[in-house]
Design a protein around this ligand. Structure first.
Ligand SMILES: Cc1cc2nc3c(=O)[nH]c(=O)nc-3n(C[C@H](O)[C@H](O)[C@H](O)COP(=O)(O)OP(=O)(O)OC[C@H]3O[C@@H](n4cnc5c(N)ncnc54)[C@H](O)[C@@H]3O)c2cc1C
Length: 243
């Protein structure tokens, strides 16, 4: 068992995502038929189609492109937050089928919040000691429940903390991603899901720059939607995202 850090990879995505979205736009707004669309849309023409859709707020064609991320080094606390996004698809490491027992599997890994890291080595050691205590509780219950794999794991896991690491594969279409980024890249979002969202945004911007050009917190595209809860840093946020 031990501390782990966030790891995110863009595993797969719709090939040439902006072309398939541009096809949707071209079908809507021109007299093109399928034979025209099948010949493809030149790269130089894809951006204008995508920009037109985004400017108009005509977002259903954007749903044709999907992005699949592999995510490790995140807490079960993050899992509770990200799975609130109902349009996304998830595959999450099971705490029933996969044991966290120290003896056989090396125990559970965990996330240490940055603010606890900042308290210094003594406090980090205290946190790690607490994780080891919980590992002991988990191992205790596995043994008491007969060490019968899945049927013991499913109850012993009740003793594990929110800090316990999970791994997942997440797929979102681009419309859902834009929505996810507007909520979770915002300074009001909790630090762990914010760090994840920002890294996901960096990855998709590399492969689909037009689509995600102005993606990020809502304040990039208008006034801060958080009202009295605003972080008050709209200028800095825009400088950070709109490069
Ligand atoms: C800063 C912050 C603080 C939060 N605090 C809390 C909290 O204290 N407690 C809490 O419970 N949650 C909290 N949440 C989670 C929040 O309430 C949402 O559950 C989460 O952000 C998912 O948003 P969503 O429903 O828009 O997204 P998605 O589920 O991804 O849905 C995307 C969009 O699809 C549409 N949609 C999806 N499903 C439906 C439906 N059934 N009916 C109609 N339209 C639908 C909506 O337009 C929705 O915006 C917080 C989120 C943030 C960002």
């Amino acid at each position: 068992m031990g501390k782990v850090d966030l790891k995110v990879e863009l595993l797969r995505y719709t090939p040439v995502p902006e072309e398939v979205i541009a096809m949707g736009a071209k079908l809507c707004y021109t007299s093109s038929d399928l034979d025209d669309l099948k010949t493809g849309i030149e790269e130089k023409d894809q951006g204008p189609f995508v920009n037109k859709l985004l400017d108009m707020g005509h977002l259903s064609p954007v749903e044709h492109a999907s992005f699949t991320f592999g995510i490790e080094g995140v807490s079960r606390s993050l899992l509770a937050q990200i799975t609130r996004h109902r349009i996304a698809s998830f595959s999450v490491k099971s705490q029933r089928y996969v044991s966290e027992q120290s003896e056989k599997k090396g125990g559970f890994n965990y996330i240490i919040p940055p603010k606890i890291m900042e308290l210094g080595p003594e406090m980090v050691a205290e946190y790690e000691k607490q994780m080891e205590t919980m590992q002991g509780w988990y191992d205790f219950w596995i043994e008491k429940l007969g060490d019968k794999g899945e049927s013991s794991n499913e109850d012993a896991r009740f003793i594990l903390p929110n800090a316990a690491e999970t791994k997942m594969i997440v797929t979102m279409n681009a419309r859902e991603l834009l929505h996810f980024f507007s909520l979770r890249c915002c300074n009001r979002a909790q630090w762990e899901i914010r760090d994840l969202a920002r890294e996901m945004l960096r990855l998709v911007k590399e492969v689909s720059p037009n689509l995600f050009r102005s993606a990020g917190p809502g304040c990039l595209r208008g006034p801060c939607p958080e009202g009295k809860f605003t972080c008050g840093k709209i200028k800095e946020v825009r400088e950070e995202f709109l490069v």
